[in-house]
Design a protein around this ligand. Structure first.
Ligand SMILES: Nc1ncnc2c1ncn2[C@@H]1O[C@H](COP(=O)(O)OP(=O)(O)OP(=O)(O)O)[C@@H](O)[C@H]1O
Ligand SMILES: [Mg+2]
Length: 325
């Protein structure tokens, strides 16, 4: 039984550009999937195909139990979409925009009015509700855009980079709203370039690159794939690097990576803080002075970089890969 959002082999080309090269997705009902990927990976194109705005060249998609290609109108009635392409009418006020959306969805005028007022309150837009939206700040527009997508509380929501361009406070606020929404049972697919956001909000993450899903799993699963914990040491004297490497290799469960120019050594470990204390003692016993030492767990950043290889220099990329083996 496919989930609330299901895609199989989605392909979309624009001339020579193969924007989607066989995207598969399956999002269980009531969960959040974070679609992560670099610029041009195909995130927006995926969202547009799933929300009936674009017709894929081939593949199959089912949203809220409805076939996207066969019954686009029915799909449209079951979903909410916000993000990079959503439209807010600049000359209408925030309140008018929301009421208009309600009416588009055939709500009665009174119900649309009430819903608009509720959302304006929830998104901290009540004070600005009766101003034309062209006077709104970027963050206010984003919030209105999201509110517009929520007018009819659809069972399935798509958000394309919902918090791009927001300051940290506004981003936090939006995360809270999104969490509330999901706790109410909504299934959500959200795209983001902020790994922290995916980490925070998504049950599952799909990493997209060049039109394909190249990895899938929970944040923890993806991190585990990248390699577990490691200890990083920066020694004070360059001459001590070899001796320090010996110590680390003795405690580690793999080879020690050496970054000569930074006097930095990295070794994969298990055993966490206790092991860290032992390493410090041993280094001290051998008279190896250190500038810095730490236990590092892979972040989603590490996952992303090691999967997509979208790191600055080939040289740095190699050492990054070494370090997480
Ligand atoms: N309408 C279009 N015409 C031509 N090429 C397009 C069109 N839409 C998307 N593309 C191309 O398809 C590829 C995928 O684009 P898409 O917008 O899906 O990426 P994205 O992952 O959303 O990127 P971003 O993070 O920058 O929003 C890119 O190479 C893009 O240039
Ligand atoms: Mg995009």
């Amino acid at each position: 039984m496919p989930g609330a959002i299901y895609a199989e082999g989605l392909v979309k080309t624009f001339g020579d550009v193969r924007a989607l090269d066989g995207v598969d997705l399956d999002v269980p009902e009531g969960t959040v999937l974070g679609l992560l990927g670099p610029n041009g990976a195909g995130k927006t194109t995926t969202v547009r195909c799933l929300t009936t705005l674009l017709r894929p060249d081939s593949g199959r998609a089912v949203v809220a139990g409805i076939d996207v290609l066969k019954q686009p109108d029915a799909v449209r009635r079951s979903i909410g979409l916000s993000g990079q392409f959503a439209a807010v009418d600049e000359y209408l006020t925030g309140r008018e925009n929301l009421q208009m959306v309600g009416q588009l969805y055939q709500m009665r005028a009174k119900a649309a009015k009430e819903r608009a007022a509720e959302l304006l309150e929830q998104f901290h837009l009540a004070d600005a509700a009766d101003r034309p939206t062209k006077t709104y700040s970027g963050g206010m527009r984003r919030r209105l855009d999201l509110a517009a997508a929520l007018v009819v509380s659809p069972p399935v929501m798509f958000m394309d980079e919902p918090t791009t361009g927001l300051d940290p406070r506004n981003r936090q606020q939006l995360w809270e709203v999104i969490k509330q929404l999901v706790s109410g049972g909504t299934t959500l697919l959200l795209t983001t370039q902020y790994l922290e956001e995916a980490d925070h909000l998504a049950h599952d993450i799909a990493v997209v690159d060049q039109g394909r899903v190249i990895a899938k799993g929970t944040s923890d699963q993806l991190k585990a794939r990248t390699g577990g914990e490691r200890v990083e040491v920066v020694v004070h004297e360059r001459e001590h690097m070899r001796a320090a490497a010996e110590v680390l290799t003795g405690f580690g469960k793999g080879d020690t990576t050496v970054e000569e120019h930074m006097r930095k050594l990295t070794v994969p470990v298990t055993g966490g803080a206790k092991l860290l204390a032992e390493i410090i003692r041993e280094l001290d016993t051998r008279g190896i002075e250190i500038d810095d030492i730490g236990l590092r767990r892979p972040t989603l950043d590490d996952v992303f970089l090691s999967l997509t290889g979208h790191v600055a220099e080939a040289k740095d990329e190699d050492s990054a890969k070494e370090a997480v083996k």
